[in-house]
Write a protein that binds this ligand. Sequence first.
Ligand SMILES: [Zn+2]
Length: 345
Amino acid sequence: MAKYTHTMEMPRRIVMGSQILDEVKGVVNDLGFHNPIILCDKITYEIAAQYVSELLSCPVIYATHADYNEVERIVDELPIGLDVLIGVGGGTIIDLAKLSSRLRSVPFISVPTAASHDGIASSRASIKKKDEKTSIQALPPIAVVADTHIIASAPYRFLAAGFADLISNYTAVKDWELAYRLKGEYFSEYAHQLSLLSAKLMIKNASLIREGTERSVRKVVKGLISSGIAMSIAGSSRPASGSEHLFSHALDMIAPKPAMHGEQCGVGAIMMMYLHGGKWLSIKRALKTAKAPTNAEELGIEEETILDALAMAHTIRDRYTILGSQGLTREAARSLARTTGVIRG
Ligand SMILES: [Zn+2]
């Protein structure tokens, strides 16, 4: 009999609360780190990174954009003797910290200043590599310090995007089940249920999220962390990334000005749920309630670009979904987008 091994990488400590940046020091000390360095951008420096760097008396590196060249530049800049990298920022900074720390073989601590996607506690990083944007496997953060006061102060659009990214777990798990049944892919019932739970709690709490308060932030952040844990249990992004994510990755590649990751995934989830024959209207309603985009116009993307992305989504990566291996014809894409109200034309 073949030996069964399944490894799960998880964060060791997760701290969430209001005005709790001081906790970063305790986390660094308790986990036995002595030489931290902070990665941030000019904006998150003002918001939180300056405070943390003074608290820890440690240096700061600035990141400017989210592509692979930037990861390489950051890795070159990391000093010798560094033992932990602290990413202080939105999704981009967290992704850059995740990949840079992986390449340097040091752990990273996630200090999100926005809750815009489930990368804040997961092992997947979404980084652009030669005009292709897809997700790369790395390691989850060793710790997460989520200050709900700071996250609630970010523009509401970020929180709505995080909410929409969680809603998209609905279609991701459907695609995963399909791949399990049709292609014999590995499937974890635990990861599946945990991912689904985050999505269900978002639908249930859509009105609360809309308020944009610290209570709303707590709900979304817990959901994003649970979603990250579901990916850790599965050992892949399967529980939280299916055809709706392929659609979003396609938009990132071809749209002149893509919308936010979670926003695109939310709109993708409406359409992919229709293809699955599921309750796409309840997904659309929840997104509307939380003031997340539900159509091309609200995404700020041309209708034709939406159709192009739908037609090419199945080619983005080797992941079996409801789009199958042939994908959608342009006619089918148009009819899908029209029926679900994503486009008018
Ligand atoms: Zn996502």
